[in-house]
Design a protein around this ligand. Structure first.
Ligand SMILES: NC(=O)c1ccc[n+]([C@@H]2O[C@H](COP(=O)([O-])OP(=O)(O)OC[C@H]3O[C@@H](n4cnc5c(N)ncnc54)[C@H](OP(=O)(O)O)[C@@H]3O)[C@@H](O)[C@H]2O)c1
Length: 266
């Protein structure tokens, strides 16, 4: 990948940077000259990523361990970064997971944590950092959504609902902030190799899917980086995913619901 050092004297904050797409995004931003602030729960993993990025790209990588399921985490994170005198030019809300259990058989605590990570923390981090970006006249925000924001529902799951929220919210925020040179984009990957399906406990089932349905995290990150820098608003990674989303959007609502009733591959 040959890209110019757009990130000189700029800093990107990436949540969920200890693995998968977030780790790959951290590498792409560092490669483009951005200092990085890496956030996730597993501090040791973050420190490994940080050491690699500092060595390879001569950037500064700061690690902050935070559990974004905690309602107090976004504000605490903002205050910690401000206290370190770090100015955030790019915010990547990437941390996430999916729950593979029926809605009624999942505890309320699990649902609450999920909503906190996937929606509340993402929204509050946008709120806290975008105000500063707006006043400085520069900012780039990537909110990681999914093709699930467009796909037929998957019985009882909150996943499609939260990713749909992320897509709509990102578009709305972009409309408000673009005149101030702050771009906000929903990045919508499809099946991507990462720890996601292991955490979800469905590696066996998804490994039966054909290879052409999958992308690697590095490619997703490269495409996401280029897309936000050129001001895309909703970006679907890869030709296969773009084609699938186009097909989903053409489907009448009732047909989509019927597909939801039939789909049971996990
Ligand atoms: N992989 C796919 O097929 C796919 C497709 C579409 C969209 N996505 C989306 O892409 C994003 C990244 O997923 P991925 O595929 O890269 O999964 P991954 O490899 O499992 O990485 C998830 C990241 O989120 C962090 N995280 C999870 N819960 C957290 C919490 N409570 N607090 C802070 N950090 C937390 C994890 O770090 P710690 O465990 O260290 O906290 C990890 O760094 C997610 O939003 C996911 O929904 C993934």
């Amino acid at each position: 990948m040959s890209i110019s050092p757009e990130g000189k004297n700029k800093t990107a904050l990436i949540t969920g940077a200890s693995a998968g797409i977030g780790k790959a995004l951290a590498e792409v931003f560092a490669e483009n000259g951005f200092n990085v602030v890496l956030v996730a729960r597993r501090l040791e993993k973050l420190q490994e990523v940080a050491a690699t990025l500092e060595r390879r790209y001569s950037v500064t990588a700061t690690c902050i361990s935070a559990d974004l399921a905690k309602a107090t985490a976004p504000k605490k994170l903002y205050e910690e970064i401000t206290a370190k005198n770090i100015v955030i030019d790019v915010l990547v809300n990437n941390a996430g997971y999916a729950i593979n259990e029926a809605f009624t058989e999942t505890s309320w605590k699990q649902h609450q944590d999920f909503i906190n990570v996937m929606m509340l923390s993402l929204t509050q981090l946008c709120y806290l950092f975008s105000k500063d970006m707006k006043s400085r006249g520069y900012g780039r925000i990537i909110n990681v959504s999914s093709v699930a924001a467009f796909a037929p529902e998957w019985g009882g799951s909150l996943y499609g609902a939260v990713k749909s929220y992320v897509k709509h919210f990102s578009e709305a925020l972009d409309l408000e902030l673009k005149p101030h040179n702050v771009y906000c984009m929903a990045l919508c990957p499809g099946f991507t190799f990462s720890e996601f399906h292991d955490v979800m406990g469905v590696r066996g089932a998804v490994s039966k899917l054909p290879k052409w349905m999958w992308m690697d995290a590095r490619t997703v990150a490269e495409q996401g980086y280029k897309a936000v820098m050129r001001g895309e608003v909703t970006y679907i990674t890869g030709v296969v995913n773009k084609t699938m989303v186009t097909a989903f959007e053409l489907l009448p609502r009732k047909v989509k619901y019927l597909i939801s009733e039939k789909q049971n591959f996990l």
